[in-house]
Design a binder for this molecule. Structure first.
Ligand SMILES: [Zn+2]
Length: 465
């Protein structure tokens, strides 16, 4: 708690003094400090940078542009030598995952471990120490919320997101100081009637969660099923479109704060009153491919940007390729913020499955895909080819027994649909395929093809033919 208080005080003082020039200076100092740390604590980075002639003695003259890029697959392949605490291994983390999930628990009493699905088909793992978490909480508390904690009255936060399996949102909400906050995690994949009941009972001060979850309950508030008056609303984890933002405003009389967060950093930026997401550039360096003169072919992709997280000293991310498509704005925002802002051009809303049940809609969030990351499965894709019909396409490696995989996929799908109350409405079939191609337009792999996307692709295909 002491470290968090100190981080909050430092953050508050720094934030009030920021100008563009000060932000640049702080970011440069923090980059050098992080580089010093990785060159002495991370065998991978030490040797990776030695290859381009960067060692400890060059710290003073080195700039970020002298450093090579990294990707999720490169980091996962070299996990044990990247991590700055040599007691942690990929194997020990897998063991920890298999013990089950408790969002309040810390790995080795010291670390938060996050798991993501990602586009490669292999789960990504990201780790933060308590100290790293204190920095990120101080930024979020100071910049992303207006209601400040006070002793005596706890702030009630209800967050709609995936509540199991080491996802970023739920894992980090377990670190909120209990002296100030009471956290109510709400499973996005449970039936909407349960969510409405829970929220009506809780009457949260802050309503938060994935944009699609907040949007979904905003519709219920407009219908009159939900009756809450949150003082503040935050959306995160996926694209918040203008129409979603407007619907949320109509429902609650407040525009949501849009927090740009990912497992790679949960405080990349947050929106101002104009709806622009300002990057927390004192703690992050963001580079767009079009601003870079030279780039290795492996990393050249207009659908991405490069992130340097300046506060993660445990599993450092330096010039890390992020798959989100963003556009950095060179214009000043009328809110007066000294931080640049960005537009999220493509998020993950398209990965949400919507079903019709007795006149209402239920959604299944894309995080269900983590449940199908079963050993032996090389790739899979869930195609919603009719409103309430799914096809699960599965590619397996040659070493596995197809019957076993079929049974596991079948069990997981049944469990997902039962939990959501969709068992009687949605049917699915499982099919083994030799190959599943990437999205023709974006080049990315899609685990989920929602119904609308399926229809559009079919139409486009028909035109092409
Ligand atoms: Zn602004």
């Amino acid at each position: 708690m002491y470290n968090l208080m100190q981080a909050l005080i430092d953050e508050k003082i720094n934030f009030s003094l920021f100008t563009k020039q000060i932000i640049e200076e702080i970011s440069e100092q923090r980059l050098k400090k992080l580089l010093r740390h990785v060159l002495t604590h991370s065998p991978f980075y030490k040797s990776y940078y030695l290859n381009v002639g960067v060692t400890l003695k060059h710290i003073n003259e080195v700039t970020i542009k002298d450093l090579p890029f990294v990707s999720k697959s490169l980091l996962m392949e070299n996990f044990d030598s990247i991590i700055c605490d040599q007691d942690i291994t990929h194997k020990s983390i897998q063991q920890y995952f298999s013990n089950g999930f408790n969002y309040k628990e810390w790995y080795k009493n010291t670390y938060k471990v996050l798991k993501t699905s990602g586009t490669t088909g292999k789960p990504g793992v990201f780790i933060y120490s308590k100290r790293d978490c204190d920095t990120l909480k101080s930024v979020l508390i100071n910049r992303a919320t207006k209601i400040k904690p006070s002793i005596g009255k706890k702030i009630k936060i209800a967050s709609i997101f995936d509540t199991d399996d080491f996802h970023a949102g739920i894992s980090m909400s377990g670190t909120a100081p209990e002296l100030f906050y009471k956290i109510f995690p709400i499973a996005i994949n449970q039936p909407i009637s349960n969510t409405i009941k829970m929220l009506n009972d809780i009457q949260p001060d802050i309503l938060g969660g994935y944009a699609s979850g907040v949007y979904m309950v905003a519709i219920e508030q407009l219908k009159g099923n939900l009756k809450i008056r949150p003082l503040e609303i935050t959306c995160t984890g996926e694209l918040l479109t203008n129409s979603m933002r407007t619907t949320i405003f109509k429902a609650f009389g407040k525009f949501p704060t849009n927090v740009y967060a990912a497992s790679e950093s949960l405080c990349i930026g947050q929106s101002c009153e104009n709806g622009n997401i300002h990057i927390n550039e004192d703690w992050h360096i963001i580079e767009s491919p079009k601003d870079l003169k030279y780039i290795d072919d492996n990393y050249l992709n207009e659908q991405c940007f490069y992130l340097t997280n300046l506060f993660n000293y445990t599993f450092p991310l330096i010039r890390y390729k992020m798959e989100d498509r963003v556009e950095l704005s060179s214009e000043n925002c009328s809110c007066g913020s000294p931080f640049h802002h960005l537009n999220l051009l493509e998020g993950r809303t398209e990965d949400v499955l919507t079903f019709e049940t007795n006149g209402s809609s239920e959604i299944l969030f894309h995080s269900i895909i983590v449940k199908l990351l079963i050993p032996g499965i090389e790739r899979f894709q869930i195609v919603q080819y009719d409103m309430n019909k799914l096809l699960v396409n599965v590619c397996v490696n040659n070493k596995v027994n197809k019957n076993d995989i079929y049974q596991k996929v079948n069990d997981e799908m049944n469990e997902i649909l039962t939990f959501k109350g969709l068992k009687n409405f949605v049917t699915f079939s499982i099919q083994f395929s030799d190959f599943i191609s990437n999205d023709v337009r974006t080049g990315k792999f899609r685990y989920i093809i929602p119904y609308q996307k399926y229809i559009t692709t079919k139409k486009e295909h028909a035109i092409l033919v």
